[in-house]
Design a protein around this ligand. Structure first.
Ligand SMILES: C[S@@+](CC[C@H](N)C(=O)[O-])C[C@H]1O[C@@H](n2cnc3c(N)ncnc32)[C@H](O)[C@@H]1O
Length: 277
């Protein structure tokens, strides 16, 4: 099968499900991961003949709406490919913006103490360790399955992180203080489900996504409280937030901290909150 054949099959089979831009993006992702090819000049080379094990099964899963990242088992985030599976959220571009904000504010040589609350694939702490090689980085998640993936990513990307299995909503002992507390916790309200794509709803872990309509800021309150006892002097909290709850999230943090700054993402939505005393 040539790359052109693969391309034609993607268009034939997926055109009723995705628009042409999405099909191109999925196709490129597929070729990059499965065949390790990123040079588009090779796409028309009809002498390159491949046999991709499981090609039909991959295509069927795409037709059922499974995200390409879960089919190939990898998601691109910041500068790296991270392993993902059904227990880990697929890292999102908005979360890269959280990393950019942090990386702009600190000298790369600093020995920062950093903790990520709700780590999933480990994309946040691992990327931070890559940017700040001298940092001591820890990360918490409730899910053992997610932590297994995060640990594998940490090893494969050669970025040591101290992973801790812990329910953030319970009281716990952590005898350490941090310069940066970062978190992208679950923040989608049940009422927002109606507007979500079925490939997110059907395939991504609900534990990573949802909070109740009644208490959508639950995790942020916990992060705020954790910061009161675990931030070093001059330390900061950075969180990704629900774009529809910017004002409410800001007011909640203002009950505990003097400085609360809302940042907008590339699409102009309230997306990141920066908090310090
Ligand atoms: C929105 S995902 C973020 C994952 C990753 N940090 C990212 O940005 O892609 C939230 C994470 O919080 C974890 N989580 C949910 N409830 C938790 C709890 N009570 N305690 C600790 N972690 C929790 C989920 O397992 C999930 O990995």
């Amino acid at each position: 099968m040539t790359i052109q054949d693969i391309h034609n099959r993607f268009i034939e089979e997926l055109q009723n499900l995705y628009d042409s831009t999405e099909i191109q993006a999925i196709f490129r992702y597929y070729i990059e991961i499965r065949l390790n090819i990123i040079d588009s000049y090779l796409f028309n080379d009809d002498k390159l003949d491949f046999e991709i094990k499981g090609f039909d099964s991959d295509l069927n899963q795409l037709k059922e709406g499974k995200p390409i990242q879960q089919i190939v088992g990898r998601a691109f985030f910041y500068d790296y490919f991270f392993r993902v599976n059904e227990y880990t959220l697929i890292p999102r571009p908005e979360t890269e913006e959280l990393i950019y904000l942090i990386s702009e504010q600190y000298n790369k040589e600093l020995e920062l103490n950093v903790i990520d609350l709700g780590t999933g694939s480990g994309c946040i702490p691992i990327t931070i360790k890559k940017i700040f090689p001298r940092a001591n980085v820890s990360a918490i998640d409730i899910s053992n399955e997610a932590l297994a993936v995060a640990k594998q990513n940490s090893e494969e990307l050669n970025a040591p992180v101290n992973f801790i299995q812990q329910d953030l909503l319970l009281e716990f002992d952590l005898n350490q203080k941090f310069d940066i507390i970062v978190s992208n916790p679950p923040y989608i309200r049940e009422l927002e489900k109606a507007d979500m794509h079925k490939n997110v709803l059907n395939y991504e872990p609900h534990l990573a996504l949802f909070v109740t309509n009644e208490d959508p800021l639950l995790f942020y309150r916990r992060v705020a409280e954790f910061g009161l006892s675990h931030l070093n002097t001059g330390g900061k909290i950075f969180c990704e937030i629900n774009q529809y709850l910017g004002k409410e999230t800001k007011e909640m943090f203002q009950q505990f901290y003097k400085n609360v700054i809302l940042h907008q993402d590339i699409s102009g939505n309230d997306r990141i909150i920066e908090v310090y005393n």
